[in-house]
Design a protein around this ligand. Structure first.
Ligand code: SF4
Ligand code: SF4
Length: 116
């Protein structure tokens, strides 16, 4: 086979027909403004924790929405719940409440104890 010096990456497309969106529905029930997020990243750009760590709310929210919970609890631990992201969100998303509730739900699913 000819070696072209590059390879095609595996696609990151998510099949929403097979993804379990039940957990995200629970989150939206608690924080309805979550539905308004358009993944613009303004929250991430102004994040206090992002100045000192690689924490990225937009990414964490997206992973939760897709039902990809592995490593998420550790990520969310980096947030200080300062609320700056909520102030800059152009869609009025209650980011702070999303993070807080994601922590609780992940704990309920035994991804990590929020006390640890
Ligand atoms: S700033 Fe608001 S709309 Fe933009 S990614 Fe963050 S939560 Fe979503
Ligand atoms: S509440 Fe968390 S995600 Fe939002 S700006 Fe503060 S540290 Fe960042």
């Amino acid at each position: 086979m000819k070696n072209w010096g590059f390879k095609i990456s595996r696609p990151r497309a998510i099949d929403f027909d097979t993804a379990d969106l039940a957990e995200y529905s629970k989150l939206v029930e608690k924080v309805p403004s979550a539905k308004r997020c358009l993944m613009c990243g303004a929250c991430t750009a102004t994040c206090s924790a992002g100045n000192h760590t690689d924490f990225n709310f937009r990414h964490s929210h997206l992973m939760y929405r897709r039902g990809q919970f592995e490593g998420l609890a550790e990520e969310l631990d980096k947030c200080m719940l300062c609320g700056k992201c909520k102030m800059v969100c152009p869609r009025g998303v209650n980011t702070r409440a999303i993070i807080y509730n994601m922590r609780i739900f992940l704990n309920d699913m035994n991804y990590k104890n929020i006390e640890s």
